[in-house]
Design a binder for this molecule. Structure first.
Ligand code: SAM
Ligand code: SF4
Ligand code: SF4
Length: 344
C-alpha cells in the first residue's frame, strides 16, 4: 500500500473554511435514458447532443485507483451517479472493484429504470444500498417530468426489486417544482411511509445553465414539511452525522421519517464535505462549480500516487466554495457545469 505523504494529508484534511473531505461522488456516465426537465431538458440534450466519447471516460481501473487514493485522504463514502449510472456498461464490475476497498460506504443514485433487471447483480457485486429518484406517483406528472414517457410502475418495480435484493435502507429522491408536482408531495409521503423507505424532498436547484431555473419555481423545504405535517404530524430528528445533506423529520404518530434537502432556502455549505469527479476525471469541489481540476491527465500521464494525492490535497486545501450561501450575489451569470456531467 502507498504511504500517505504528510504534506498531502495536511493540505487535504481541511479546506480554507475548515471543512474536511469526507464524501466523494463519482459520475460514471454523462448519458441518461431520461430527459428530466430540471436536469437534461430535451431542447438542450436532443438527438444531436454530443456526449463524451468512450475513451474520454475514466476506465474502471482509473476510477478505482482514484477511489483508493481518496480514501487515504479521508473519504469514507462514495456515491456513484451520473447521468444514469446503470446505463454504463459493466457497472457491476466497477462496483465489485470499489466494494473491495476496506471501510468504504458505497452507494449509488439511479432513476430506477433498470433496477428491476439489475438489483440482484448489483447486490452480489457488493453494493449495499441505493437511492432511487421518483418525482410523482401520478403517471401523467411523472412522464411530463422525465419527458420520455417512462411509467411510475416500472420505477416502483425497481424499488421493490432493490428491497428484495437487500439494497437497504432505500432512499427515494423527489425534486419538487412549483406548479408541476407539489400535489404529489403528500401521496408520495404516504406511499413510502407505508413501504418503509425514506423519502427525501429536494428543492429544485439552479444547477447548470440549461434548465431555465427561477426562484419562483422552488417549493421551499418549510412549505413541504408543512404540507406533510398537516396530514401526518412531523417533528425534527437529529442528523445522523455532521454534514448530512438532508434535514431529518420523523412522524410523531408512529414509525417513519422523511428528509428535506433545502439547498436553496437553507444553504448548508458550512458543513459541505463533498468532492465530485466528473465522467472524464475532472475534480470539482462544488456542485455549482464553473471549472474543475484534471485528474485524468495525471492518471494517464503516469503520475505517481504521491503526486495525485498532493494534487487533490492541494485543490481541497485551497477550496472556499459556498455557492448556495452567496446565491444571487454574482454580478455576471456563471457558466456552471451541468448536473448530468458533474454528477448529482
Ligand atoms: N440519473 C440518476 C437519478 O436521476 O437518480 C442519478 C443522477 S441525478 C443528476 C442525481 C439526483 O439529482 C437525482 O435525484 C435528481 O432528481 C437530482 N436533480 C437533478 N437535477 C436537479 C435539480 N435541478 N434540482 C434538484 N435536484 C436535481
Ligand atoms: Fe437523467 Fe437523473 Fe438527470 Fe433525470 S435527473 S435526466 S434521470 S441524470
Ligand atoms: Fe457544497 Fe457547493 Fe452545495 Fe455549498 S453550494 S453545499 S459548497 S456543493
Amino acid at each position: 500500500m502507498t504511504l500517505m505523504p504528510s504534506a498531502a494529508l495536511n493540505a487535504a484534511s481541511r479546506d480554507r473554511l475548515g471543512r474536511p473531505l469526507r464524501d466523494l461522488r463519482i459520475s460514471v456516465t454523462d448519458r441518461c435514458n431520461f430527459r428530466c426537465v430540471y436536469c437534461m431538458p430535451k431542447e438542450k440534450f436532443g438527438a444531436d447532443h454530443q456526449f463524451l466519447e468512450r475513451k474520454a471516460l475514466l476506465s474502471f481501473e482509473e476510477i478505482t485507483r482514484l477511489a483508493r487514493l481518496f480514501t487515504q485522504l479521508g473519504i469514507e463514502k462514495i456515491r456513484l451517479t451520473g447521468g444514469e449510472p446503470l446505463v454504463r456498461r459493466g457497472i457491476e464490475q466497477l462496483i465489485g472493484m470499489l466494494a473491495s476497498i476496506p471501510g468504504l460506504d458505497l452507494t449509488l443514485t439511479t432513476n430506477g429504470s433498470l433496477l428491476a433487471r439489475k438489483a440482484t447483480v448489483l447486490r452480489a457485486a457488493g453494493l449495499k444500498r441505493v437511492t432511487v429518484s421518483l418525482d410523482s406517483l401520478d403517471d401523467a406528472v411523472f412522464k411530463a417530468m422525465n419527458d420520455v414517457d417512462f411509467p411510475v410502475a416500472k420505477v416502483i418495480e425497481g424499488i421493490d426489486a432493490a428491497a428484495a435484493a437487500g439494497l437497504t435502507p432505500i432512499k427515494v429522491n423527489m425534486v419538487v417544482k412549483r406548479g408541476v408536482n407539489e400535489h404529489s408531495i403528500l401521496p408520495m409521503a404516504k406511499f413510502f411511509r407505508e413501504r418503509g423507505h425514506i423519502l427525501r424532498f429536494i428543492e429544485y436547484m439552479d444547477v447548470g445553465v440549461t434548465n431555465g431555473w427561477r426562484m419562483d419555481d422552488v417549493v421551499s423545504a418549510r412549505e413541504i414539511v408543512d404540507i406533510v405535517s398537516r396530514e401526518m404530524p412531523l417533528e425534527p430528528a437529529d442528523p445522523n452525522y455532521t454534514g448530512e445533506v438532508a434535514e431529518r423529520w420523523r412522524y410523531s404518530d408512529g414509525p417513519g421519517e422523511i428528509g428535506v434537502i433545502a439547498s436553496v432556502t437553507q444553504a448548508f455549505c458550512r458543513d459541505c464535505t463533498r468532492a465530485r469527479i466528473s465522467t472524464e476525471g475532472q475534480l470539482y469541489t462544488c456542485l455549482f462549480a464553473t471549472s474543475g481540476h484534471d485528474l485524468r491527465a495525471l492518471l494517464r500521464g503516469g503520475a505517481s500516487d504521491e503526486a495525485i494525492l498532493a494534487r487533490i490535497g492541494g485543490v481541497w486545501g485551497a477550496r472556499d466554495d459556498r455557492y448556495s450561501e452567496i446565491r444571487g450575489q454574482q454580478t455576471q451569470p456563471l457558466k456552471k457545469i451541468e448536473m448530468s456531467y458533474i454528477g448529482g
